[in-house]
Design a protein around this ligand. Structure first.
Ligand code: TRP
Length: 438
């Protein structure tokens, strides 16, 4: 039944590190803190945690299950589990398209983090004031050639890892970069927590200021729980398809979501003390990472070193995520067209750069694709995978996959019920809100 040629992770830990690598990305370090800032802190964080546990984790388990149950790439997984050609294949096709679309501008921001790593190495932030920091960032965005150069380098690194394969590339680099990321983040967080603004930051993050929370904030938390766990676009299906038959899907998914949440919280506990210590605005928005932070860090003791640590960490986070986006597309090309891995990965890289260069060069394309991905593709993909797993996948296969070797087997019924009713209802709500119907 299982094709002998299909790659597998070397261990359950290998899967968890790779999947956590996909989940932990710019979303955790960049987006989560700034939407937390915009939504007033504490209560938003709590709602976000509820969304992760109640909606994100069940869908994550569903994706890993569809992957392992089919041992196929994205489209093939739907074909196999639907028992042939069916409209469900469209969900798989949408996932591959979304991976491509997201990668086309994710690589832009990832390229910025490479650029800022380079600037930190050259110690270019010393004595930079706020206006100059803004100018640096505007210059980068206003000079497409510069942005594209870094984007090309970043995409090339991603492709190299994918070319090396599941164990020797993806798993191996996740084993290096994920512990490295955690260590760097830990050092930065501890340093930040010794700053004068730490108390205020912790109050902001963990104090329950319910009056600041809006309905839109709740839906934003729900939407972000999808994005941050890399759901709705086939990444976890693809990674799940490499999970060994004896490994426990439910607990591996929980560990993945736990690691992702931990990093999001740690990143916030690192960023907000700096923000408050320098009297900056917590709701500063997307500029937080590339304007506020470098300028603030530069004023601290050992600033250049901290700044380097920060941007290297950001590169690790972005790289392990980008690897999984490219793997979704490459593994599909390998399966559908019998391409060799290196050719498939290379083709992805070249196409991503061709399209991504537009995203980098034109700010409007960037925003338009982000809108399409976040508000249409991810909710629709997530809804598709939840409905497919709950209502279409064969009960015997589903139950066997969920329970095999699992300490959480007794939660099968709860998980399935959640996936059948509340999860689709919640996703539908997010979707209708995102496209402006409610
Ligand atoms: N989870 C990633 C982050 O937080 C972003 C992301 C969304 C992603 N969907 C993905 C990464 C699919 C890889 C594959 O930054």
């Amino acid at each position: 039944m299982t094709s002998p040629k299909r790659a597998q992770w070397n261990s359950r830990t290998g899967f968890i590190l790779a999947a956590a690598g996909s989940a932990v990305g710019l979303g955790n370090v960049w987006k989560f803190p700034y939407i937390t800032g915009e939504n007033g802190g504490g209560a938003f964080v709590l709602v976000y945690l509820v969304c992760i546990v109640g909606v994100g984790v069940p869908v994550l388990m569903a994706e890993v299950l569809v992957g392992r149950g089919s041992r196929s790439s994205c489209v093939g997984a739907f074909r196999k589990l639907a028992g042939g050609s069916s409209p469900w294949l469209g969900v798989g096709g949408l996932a591959v398209f979304t991976s491509f679309a997201l990668m086309s501008y994710y690589s832009t921001v990832a390229g910025w983090s490479l650029h800022y790593t380079y600037l930190s190495l050259k110690n270019l932030f010393a004595d930079v004031d706020f206006a100059q920091a803004v100018q640096h960032f505007d210059e980068l965005r206003g000079t497409p050639a510069l942005g594209i150069a870094w984007q090309v380098l970043f995409t090339a690194l991603t492709v190299l890892v994918v070319v090396a394969g599941v164990q020797k590339g993806i798993e191996r680099w996740a084993r290096i970069m994920m512990p490295g990321l955690l260590l760097l983040l830990l050092v930065l967080m501890i340093r930040a927590l010794t700053m004068p603004g730490a108390g205020q930051a912790l109050d902001f993050l963990f104090g329950m200021n319910w009056d600041k929370l809006t309905a839109a904030g709740v839906l934003e938390a729900l939407g972000h729980s999808f994005f941050t766990l890399s759901l709705g676009m086939g990444a976890m299906i693809t990674y799940g398809s490499y999970l060994r038959p004896r490994d426990d899907i439910a607990s591996a998914s929980l560990a993945t979501a736990g690691a992702d949440t931990l990093v999001a919280i740690m990143a916030s506990m690192m960023l907000f003390p700096i923000v408050f210590s320098f009297g900056m605005e917590p709701g500063a928005g997307p500029g937080l990472l590339f304007v506020t932070l470098p300028q603030a860090i530069a004023q601290m003791a050992a600033g250049p070193l901290l700044s380097l640590a920060f941007f290297v960490m950001l590169v690790f986070a972005a790289l392990t995520s980008a690897i999984s986006m490219v793997e979704v597309i490459a593994s599909q090309l390998i399966e559908s067209f019998g391409m060799a891995r290196h050719k498939a990965a290379l083709l992805c890289g070249v196409t991503i750069i061709a399209v991504g260069a537009f995203a980098t060069a034109s700010g409007t394309w960037f925003d338009a694709v982000d809108y399409l991905v976040s508000n249409w593709c991810l909710p629709l993909g997530g809804l598709g995978i939840a409905l497919f797993t709950a209502w279409r996948v064969d009960e015997a296969l589903r139950s066997r996959e969920f329970r095999s070797g699992s300490a959480l087997a007794r939660f099968y019924g709860t998980w399935l019920w959640t996936l059948k009713y509340p999860v689709p209802a919640c996703i539908l709500l997010v979707f209708l809100h995102a496209v402006g119907v409610v």
